[in-house]
Design a protein around this ligand. Structure first.
Ligand code: 5GP
Ligand code: ZN
Length: 113
């Protein structure tokens, strides 16, 4: 049994403000929001990062993005939003379970820090 924070949230062993759940995708509010809206979309299955995504995961990744778009719509992010997948240490990844950040509700800057 892997000791993973987001596996525990997906499995209900750790509390989170869950706003979306299907059989293979879960979304919840980030505990330390970096924008007025900051939501994480994860696969229920443990995938450590984008680097571990395999061709067999293509449908799952598609469902994650579809869920993220639907959530952005439900959160009324009509002016736009940003999806982020931090990957590895240079990418700024701090939790080793694949997740899409949905950030919105303010003007995003470019380039990112
Ligand atoms: P990363 O830095 O890996 O791209 O993103 C991890 C995100 O998970 C961070 O934005 C962080 O605030 C969030 N996070 C870390 N621990 C928890 C937690 O226990 N619950 C929730 N809801 N978010 C968390
Ligand atoms: Zn995990």
């Amino acid at each position: 049994m892997i000791d993973c924070l987001f596996c525990k949230i997906a499995g209900g062993q750790r509390p989170a403000k869950i706003i979306y759940r299907s059989s293979d995708v879960v979304a919840f509010h980030d505990i330390s929001p970096q924008a007025p809206t900051h939501i994480l979309v994860i696969p229920v299955k443990h995938i450590a990062s984008a680097r571990e995504v395999q061709s067999g995961d293509a449908d799952l990744i598609g469902r994650m993005i579809t869920a993220a778009v639907q959530i952005a719509k439900e959160q009324n992010l009509d002016r736009g939003y940003r999806f982020v997948i931090n990957t590895g240490s240079d990418g700024g990844q701090s939790v080793d379970h694949l997740h899409i950040h949905i950030l919105g509700g303010r003007q995003m800057r470019w380039p990112p820090g």
